[in-house]
Design a protein around this ligand. Sequence first.
Ligand code: FE2
Ligand code: FE2
Length: 281
Amino acid sequence: MCASERLEQIIEHVGDLPAVPETVSEVLLLTENSELDLSAVAHVIEKDPALSAKILRVSNSPYYGMRQYVGTLKLALVILGVREVRNIVLGISVFDALRSRRTESMLAGDLWKHSFEVAAFAKKLGDHLQLGLHGEEFITGLLHDIGKLVLMRQYEDEYAKIYSAAEGGNATLCTAEVERFGFSHAEAAAALAARWNFPQTLTDGLLLHHPNAAIALREARDPCLAAVVRIANLAARQRAADDAEAWALVSEKMPNMGEGERDALLAGFAEEIASASAPSL
Ligand SMILES: [Fe+2]
Ligand SMILES: [Fe+2]
């Protein structure tokens, strides 16, 4: 079975996924072609003042690492570019759509902060390697664990039990999820992204964020993006990131870096990220 067939199957099994908000489909449509119309994108987003405010909060957050304060949506579009603003819109909208009484405790726990940490790690690594990912690494990092919210939304108490029994152990959690539901939170995240017509690069990054993924990183639409997000997730949890498959891909972009330098690089990022606090949405 190929990856897209598997995703179709998961979409069917995962239960009722939230509908894609109109703003998201409009923004995706407008940014699909290479002839980007900046004012049209601004117009769509400005219809939702709460969304505009959140975009500014995220882009000005220390996690995003902007050197310049961005005060208005138009300025964000000029400074960050349409694709980066689009990616932030996607990230915020997913969390908005999955926010409910059922998922609140998970977000109030460490999932929200962890998501921003992974996003920041991914962005710092992407910037360092000069991958030119237009903020896609930040948003894939931010969204990598949304499958946990999807499962919580769908199975509430049952998932809460599995989640707490895993005690933060990702391999244990993924195994328990597959045993009980037939798919992991990584697959649930990718299913939602596919349902919302997100770029394939992003969907694959979500799908492959754990080392036990069924598909090799090289098969991702953007293997480097997927590798960066996987490393970021490991680095945010363990302050060290050992995944030979991911590092092999990243090393192609920085061939002269040894293991010691790698660890030092991540430790430097961790220090920069440690003092930041996640923006409220
Ligand atoms: Fe995960
Ligand atoms: Fe994670």
